[in-house]
Write a new protein. Structure first.
Lengths: 249, 388
């Protein structure tokens, strides 16, 4: 079974985002960038499948600028076999990404795609669903755990009020939620080994995908600054404030 | 949450692997250590599991052969990045507790018998077991040539008598490298022995309360007719200590990195505080006196950092800058002393409370300035290395 894991290079989750003065987006110059945390979980799951002998090959793919190679290397250092880098300097939208990933999945003959349920920069949460639809594959979204049984994949996911188990026929796509696993830290020997693992260099044009944007960003602004809270004397005062000032009850 | 812009010099010798390693350790420290460092420091211990988690990343294996569980390569830049990052974890004692083994593993690889190496190095490097180096004695540390612990050969055994003190990790380590006199007075005449904690005649007691490095333990070791097999003599009789003097270069380089990390803590926490705290109608950082303190700290960091990188590059090229490492060590601890003091002033009363990194750094300046070769001894050694 071939497992494909798409990963995205995003502003490190620990860095405070700052909006560009012209409000055209978030300032990414000179800041720490890392693999999207949900994607790390997806990589971990693929590596575990390989360690368990279920996956025969694990491929990490990233679509993005030259630096996205670093993110691919991170995946390789965690244990993925090889990489595909689709290089572009454009900031692609989920649909364009999904189309490119579909082409990569077909070219690679992937049986399973594991990916983050969303990227922490744009928070679209759209790519997984679009990709499954384009491929015509079943999707197990926001997975808490996955297990292969026979030719099917059972995926436990969190839904309102509890857990739901769905059974998917392969080939299938899974998007990872935070609880799927705890990703490992790459060991230094594996970081060194990753250096020698191959990364295929591609461009969107290689897959004949039209990446013309369909969305227009009007402006990006900082969230409103939060006002300091107050302490109330007792529960009665709290109820009074919620009723008469906040108007929420 | 780190601030948005990353300022500071960029390492001209950086590689993708060095960067990947550095970021891995930064993430590890941020997630696995920083949130608990203060608690462990107050408790006087780190969970042993942490030794193994770090060991699994390979951080203890620099310069050690793969067949002994090491990395099979050396990288002074990675060593330094590790030292710097660990020193920023919130409690220097945590870094000391974990890293103490490194001063024992180099001598073991270099001088111990193949049997011992194959048996114990994988245990120490993986973090399953601890290792310590015992040179300092109650009678003194700087004047190694005067050490008084003795070893005499009796048949198939060596018999050790005397004591060692300030031995980091000594209460938990299973394996020790011990310097003892086998010959006449002076540096020649000192041999090294591999001693296991269960050797007959070996006992240990913890050192009393310390100014800092609480999360690590320091032991006094007693050798009372302590017997070890003849094969535990490490290296050549009477020349063991001289055979490992080069290993102290890495220890000192690590301490320069440690001082640098502590200075970075001073800068980071000072900036954060000075931006938040308002006095006399404006943020502290808008007062010129405070701005100058921060500028001074930042400039000293650049100097220590540049020096460290240049030394690493030279080591990488196969040329150990012995005198420069000595100079770098005391220059770094002097710069650290400055930063710790200024950072404490910037934080004011808040800095004086336990549980913040500045209070911790301030208390731990001196262990870096004294341990691993004191400032005075480093100056003397540098002068002698310069042929003066
Ligand atoms: C927390 C901690 C951990 C340690 N861990 C270890 C360890 O794991 N293994 C180990 O072997 N040792 C360890 N040490 C010991 C350390 O290496 C010694 O403290 C250090 O070498 C200095 O020795 P000393 O304390 O005996 O001071 P002394 O040698 O007695 O010196 C006292 C003072 O006099 C100065 N001085 C000495 N000689 C001269 C001179 N000729 N001219 C001018 N000034 C001089 C010294 O610089 C020092 O300031 C540790 C120490 C500490 C504090």
């Amino acid at each position: 079974m071939k497992v494909l894991v798409p990963v995205k290079r995003v502003l490190d989750y620990n860095v405070k985002a700052r909006v560009k003065p012209d409000q055209s987006g978030v300032d990414l110059s000179n800041v720490k960038m890392s693999m999207n945390p949900f994607d790390e979980i997806a990589v971990e799951e693929a590596v575990r499948l390989q360690e368990a002998g279920t996956a025969t090959e694990t491929i990490v793919v990233s679509i993005g600028p030259a630096k996205a190679q670093e993110t691919i290397r991170t995946g390789l250092a965690m244990g993925m076999d090889r990489g595909v880098h689709v290089q572009t300097d454009e900031d692609l939208e989920p649909l364009a990404i999904a189309k490119i990933l579909k082409a990569v999945a077909e070219a690679e003959g992937a049986d399973l795609i594991v990916m983050g349920k969303q990227a922490i920069d744009n928070d679209y949460g759209a790519t997984g669903g679009m990709l499954a639809a384009l491929l015509g594959w079943p999707i197990g979204s926001a997975a808490n755990s996955i297990a292969l049984d026979g030719g099917a994949l059972s995926v436990v996911k969190e839904v309102d009020g509890g857990l739901q188990t769905v059974k998917l026929q392969m080939p299938a796509l899974v998007t990872a939620d935070l609880r799927l696993n705890e990703p490992r830290y790459a060991s230094l020997p594996n970081i060194m080994k990753a250096k020698r693992k191959p990364i295929d260099a591609k461009t969107p044009a290689d897959f004949g995908v039209d990446t013309t944007p369909r969305l227009k960003t009007l402006k990006v602004t900082e969230p409103a600054a939060r006002e300091a809270g107050i302490k109330v004397e007792d529960a009665a005062a709290l109820v009074d404030k919620l009723k008469n000032e906040a108007g929420v009850i | 949450m780190t601030s948005h812009t990353q300022f500071g010099l960029a390492n001209p010798f950086d590689t993708p692997e060095r960067k990947a390693f550095r970021e891995t350790i930064q993430n590890f420290v941020a997630t696995e250590i920083r949130p608990y460092a203060h608690e462990w420091d107050e408790a006087g211990q780190v969970p042993w599991e942490l030794h193994e988690k770090l060991g699994a990343l390979g951080v203890f294996g620099f310069g050690i052969d793969e067949k002994y569980g090491g990395l099979g390569f050396e990288d002074p830049f990675m060593r330094s990045d590790y030292a710097v990052t660990m020193a920023m974890c919130g409690a220097g004692g945590v870094a000391a507790a974990l890293g103490a083994r490194s001063i024992s593993t180099d001598p073991i690889q270099k001088l111990a018998s193949e049997d011992i190496k194959l048996r114990v190095l994988p245990e120490i490097l993986s973090g399953r077991k601890g290792g310590s180096l015992g040179i300092t004695e109650p009678g003194g540390g700087s004047d190694v040539a005067a050490l008084t612990t003795t070893a005499r050969q009796e048949g198939e055994e060596w018999v050790l008598n005397g004591s060692k003190t300030f031995i980091t990790g000594g209460m938990e380590s299973d394996y020790f490298v011990i310097a003892a006199r086998t010959g006449g007075p002076g540096l020649t005449g000192i041999s090294l022995f591999f001693v296991e904690a269960d050797a007959p005649g070996f006992t240990r007691t913890p050192l009393a309360k310390k100014m800092g490095w609480w999360a690590s333990n320091q032991a006094t070791l007693y050798f009372d007719e302590c017997r070890v097999p003849a094969g535990n003599l490490m290296g050549q009789k009477d020349y063991g200590f001289l055979q490992i003097v080069n290993n102290f270069n890495y220890e000192r380089l690590g301490l320069v990195g440690c001082a640098l990390g502590m200075m970075k803590v001073c800068l980071e926490d000072s900036i954060e505080w000075a931006q938040e705290r308002h006095t006399f109608g404006k943020p502290l950082i808008k007062h010129q006196v405070i701005r100058h303190k921060i500028a001074d700290m930042s400039a000293k960091i650049d100097a220590v950092q540049s020096n460290l990188w240049i030394m690493c590059a030279q080591i990488d090229a196969g040329n150990m800058p012995v005198a420069e490492i000595c100079k770098a060590k005391f220059a770094a601890t002097k710069a650290l002393e400055f930063c710790a003091s200024e950072a404490m002033q910037i934080l004011g009363g808040a800095g004086y409370l336990r549980g913040n990194r500045i209070e911790n750094v301030y208390r731990e300046v001196k262990v870096i300035a004294i341990g691993g070769g004191s400032e005075e001894i480093m100056k003397d050694l540098a002068m002698r290395q310069m042929g003066l």
